[in-house]
Design a protein around this ligand. Structure first.
Ligand code: BGC
Length: 746
């Protein structure tokens, strides 16, 4: 019996083997031993033109779609989208069942799965997790949100926000990872690595120079090629180098006169030619403005129809077909588009690991989010060591709906939290609202952490009452909020009466702590008077618990600012944002004269002292950095490093930051006196030290030469500076670099 069973098992496995071999011969793209590009090419070779065009067209919202004319969206596609699109999600691209090519189910965005009405776990905002200065944090976050996405039926994540915070008032800065190319490269790269490790395709977006939301669909950004290659595009290049995203989402704006999604320079020249990108460029939703021009300029997937002003006249398989027939689009280009779309589906394991809807461990996922927040919150000020709160008997907590939850940003990255919106009904209720508060109350969390203290809460609406409560309490904590959302920019001033509230509370009780929940930088006219300030950004699903952990000292703060906080509006590179708070659709232009001098670089060039500098962040312990070490065997082989020791009495995490300054930055052609070239976070027990060394990306030492498409280093002395913030670099060592030049083509 036993041997019969073994024989039949053997026969069955032989049969399975034979059929796999047969399948691999008849459908070579199923052969998992072949490289992804060969599998993609083989699959495309087996496709009809309609099947190829099917991969190129992405749809959303079946309710709208059925109203489209049949010659724009065929009845077959309408039926397929209706049956298979996940209601309330971002987009859907039909699969090709006869060839085993799965449909593409697309979900937003960088902090978690966004489907209207579907409760999922939100990470802290991307800007918040960038403050961890620890790519392991964003990678763990990427794994968590991708696991939820796959369990929800998705295989493409519209994540990976990587625009630099060139404009501090940009309403989407919270979806991005700061003002520095290296920090953005490593932090967004970490997120994408996490997502793609789970057999999903991730985008990086919004490509490129989409640095303001005002008039985002009509603004023309003007910037020189060297300036963008050394700033916005450098950040994307670093993300690309570190995480190899399967897709790149082109943005709404025009860049130097051409829409980003039909911008030959961006998509063909830089991305595909210079960087060797093998994946596909997908349009942002409604960012397509032509058919042949866009396709020939490198757009591979026309997504999100009929969302946001797409026009059927240029957005349909019919139009593309006509353009092929009249020779406007070569057939080889259509093949290339289809192959590029398939490449990551094979390379990232999407085809070989089909998504399966299943259960989600929300408790475990919320823990990932809380850990991310705890690694990210930034202690900006702590005069007299007011924090952590030890031995305090009475605490007044004021404002910011802190009794209910913590704020989140609005728009397509807005996740519906598990447990629902903690503060429903706030304005704006419609796009890019609703305003969402994660149901994680700092008040409840602090009460749980400090049962011995009397903790009272009052909203900040009545300033007098709030100040009176503060006066009768030992310590006051004011929560201030600044809501940001996609499609709008906002001033840096806190809205409403919040500045007056803080001023009144600190006057009533000098032991006042301010906790800031903001999209990005804000102005703090009260900063000089308030002894302690904690920047929490949008701290995610368990933000309340994370804030309480830091306030009580259960967790030692270790976040550092990924953006500079200006001292006043007068320090901004642009006094006005063109089209700010005007109805959408006005054609405006913005010229980025500051070039690559973004954030701390701008402050350095102008000699401005920000309120809080890029890289700044305090701890409950103290750290000392050693003299840095640097070796240079030419620009392509520069290593920097140093060590840091915890000189205080509690465990904590330091962030070592290395910047390089040419001896004469203007002569070297740099945009500013210094650039961040390396950073490392180190968890240290009291008395413990840690060394680190890192290889410097040579592009961070170079300038971009447009005429030869190359990177150029000017020989001379460079100062390697180590410290714990861009304005705190006590240690320095010199290296000498020779003249050098190399091609920008990877
Ligand atoms: C946003 C993208 C998003 C897309 C799909 C657009 O409005 O700009 O970031 O991925 O919508 O929802």
């Amino acid at each position: 019996m036993k041997s019969l069973h073994t024989t039949s098992l053997f026969a069955a496995s032989l049969l399975a083997c034979a059929s796999t071999v047969a399948l691999a011969q008849s459908q070579p793209w199923t052969d998992t031993s072949k490289p992804a590009d060969q599998r993609a090419a083989a699959a495309v070779a087996a496709m009809t033109l309609d099947e190829k065009l099917g991969l190129v067209m992405g749809y959303t919202d079946p309710e709208q779609l059925v109203k489209e004319p049949d010659d724009i969206v065929s009845p077959a596609i309408k039926a397929d989208v209706k049956a298979n699109h996940i209601k309330g999600s971002a987009g859907y691209i039909a699969g090709i069942p006869r060839l085993g090519i799965p449909a593409q189910w697309q979900t937003d965005a960088s902090i978690g799965v966004r489907v209207t009405g579907m409760e999922r776990t939100a990470l802290p905002s991307s800007l918040a997790t960038a403050a961890s200065f620890d790519p392991k944090v964003t990678e763990a976050g990427g794994i968590m949100i991708a696991t939820e996405a796959r369990a929800s039926g998705f295989n493409v994540f519209l994540a990976g926000g990587g625009n630099l915070a060139r404009e501090p008032r940009n309403g989407r800065n919270f979806e991005y990872t700061g003002e520095d190319p290296l920090l953005t490269g490593r932090m967004t790269g970490g997120l994408i690595n996490g997502i793609q490790s789970q057999h999903m395709v991730s985008t990086m977006k919004h490509w490129a120079v989409n640095d303001q939301e005002s008039q985002r669909t009509t603004v023309d950004a003007t910037i020189s090629k060297p300036a963008m290659r050394q700033s916005d595009l450098l950040a994307f290049e670093m993300i690309y180098d570190l995480s190899n995203p399967g897709s790149v989402m082109c943005s709404y704006n025009l860049l130097n006169g051409d829409w980003a999604c039909e911008n030959d320079y961006l998509n063909n020249r830089v991305l595909k030619q210079d960087w060797g990108f093998k994946g596909y460029v997908m349009s942002d939703w409604g960012a397509v403005h032509s058919s042949a021009k866009a396709a020939n300029a490198g757009l591979d997937q026309f997504t999100g129809y009929p969302c946001c002003g797409h026009h059927g006249a240029f957005f349909s398989a019919k139009t593309l077909k006509a353009d092929i027939e009249n020779g406007a689009i070569p057939m080889s280009r259509i093949d290339d588009m289809a192959e590029r779309i398939l490449w990551p589906l094979f390379a990232k394991g999407v085809v070989d690991n089909p998504v399966k809807v299943g259960p989600i461990d929300f408790e475990a996922d919320a823990n990932v989010s809380q850990k991310a927040a705890e690694a990210s919150l930034v202690l900006l000020k702590n005069a007299g060591n007011l924090l952590p709160l030890t031995g305090v008997k009475s605490i007044a907590m004021i404002g910011g709906h802190a009794d209910k939850g913590v704020m989140a940003g609005g728009g397509s990255s807005g996740v519906t939290p598990v447990g629902g919106n903690a503060v429903p009904g706030l304005e704006p209720k419609t796009w890019p609202g609703p305003v969402v508060f994660m149901p994680s109350s700092p008040v409840e969390a602090l009460k749980a952490a400090k049962p011995e203290a009397t903790i009272s809460y009052i909203s900040g609406d009545n300033i007098k009452k709030a100040a009176a409560l503060a006066k009768t309490s030992e310590v006051a904590i004011v929560f201030v909020t600044q809501w940001m959302g996609e499609g709008i920019d906002n001033p840096l001033e806190l809205p409403g009466n919040q500045d007056a509230l803080v001023a009144a509370v600190v006057k009533a009780n000098p032991k006042t702590i301010v906790v800031v929940e903001s999209g990005g930088a804000i102005l703090m006219p009260w900063a000089g008077k308030v002894p302690a300030i904690l920047e929490a950004f949008y701290p995610g699903a368990r933000g309340g618990q994370a804030i309480a952990s830091i306030l009580t000292g259960k967790v030692n703060p270790s976040g550092h600012l990924p953006i500079s906080f200006p001292a006043s509006n007068a320090q901004l590179a642009h006094a006005e944002i063109p089209g700010f708070h005007k109805p959408d659709g006005i054609r405006v232009g913005i010229t980025y004269d500051e070039g690559a001098a973004i954030g701390y670089k701008w402050y350095d060039v102008k000699g401005y002292k920000p309120l809080f500098a890029f890289g700044h962040g305090l701890s409950y312990t103290t750290f000392a950095t050693s003299a840095p070490v640097a070796t240079a065997d030419g620009p392509n082989d520069v290593s920097v490093g140093g060590s840091v020791t915890n000189t205080g009495s509690v465990a904590g995490a330091a962030v070592m930051q290395v910047y390089i300054s040419p001896d004469n930055w203007q002569a070297a052609g740099w945009e500013a006196p210094k650039r961040l070239v390396a950073f490392q976070k180190a968890e240290l027990a009291p008395g413990q030290g840690q060394n680190f060394t890192a290889k410097v990306d040579p592009k961070l030492l170079a300038t971009y030469d447009e005429t030869t498409d190359s990177w150029v280093v000017k020989g001379g002395i460079y100062h390697v500076r180590l410290g714990q913030a861009s304005d705190d670099l006590p240690q320095s060592v010199d290296i000498t670099l020779p003249d050098s030049r190399w091609s920008a083509v990877h």
